[in-house]
Ligand binder design. Structure first.
Ligand SMILES: [Zn+2]
Length: 189
């Protein structure tokens, strides 16, 4: 069985006509799709991009403690699903405002992390905070600036966040921040 088939989100009804959909390989395709039994519309499912930021103020980085599941109570970088019509950088800036009420400047692409088994790609930008001004948005319990030695490594919400932080503190030693790519093969915390 094709792996993409296993990872299908459940779809029962056609969003165009309301008829039932079934999983089959459309003509000319090479994998199973949800196809409407009534109007033959093919409902493609493709990976989602999660855009996030690594906010930096002087020698500290900003983390948010999650007020929502999954990983309620764990610390994360501001990040979330991109919205239609925005760029990845705009998405990262928006999530930073929504989750931490923080404004970033000089944003630079930093990490891209593929997570194929959950059909997600994380893209993080490094961003500078002009002022140490921040507060929790509705999805955050608290927001705080951390020195490297104070990072709560055992309470980081997602592997992609941990990887991005580890790259940052390593690269900071040289002051050179090339774009880093990673692959996460299965969930671990
Ligand atoms: Zn239909």
């Amino acid at each position: 069985m094709h792996s993409a088939y296993i990872e299908f989100a459940t779809l029962k009804y056609c969003s165009s006509c309301g008829d039932a959909v079934s999983k089959r390989i459309p003509d000319g395709d090479d994998r199973h799709r949800h196809v409407c039994d009534g109007c033959d519309t093919v409902h493609y499912q493709n990976p989602c991009i999660v855009a996030g930021s690594l906010p930096v103020y002087e020698n500290r980085v900003l983390l948010c403690r999650r007020a929502i599941e999954p990983a309620y109570g764990y610390w994360t970088l501001p990040a979330g699903f991109m919205e239609n019509g925005e760029t990845t950088e705009e998405g990262a800036a928006r999530e930073s405002r929504e989750e931490a009420n923080v404004e970033l400047h000089s944003m630079e692409l930093y990490t891209m992390i593929d997570i194929p088994h959950i059909n997600q790609v994380y893209i993080f930008f490094r961003g500078q905070m002009a002022q140490p001004t921040y507060s929790p948005g509705i999805e955050s319990l608290e927001v705080e600036l951390f020195l490297e030695e104070d990072i709560p490594w055992s309470e980081i919400a997602f592997p992609s966040v941990k990887m991005t932080l580890k790259h940052f503190f390593e690269d900071r030693k040289t002051g050179n921040f090339p774009v880093r790519t990673d692959l996460i093969k299965r969930f671990r915390r």
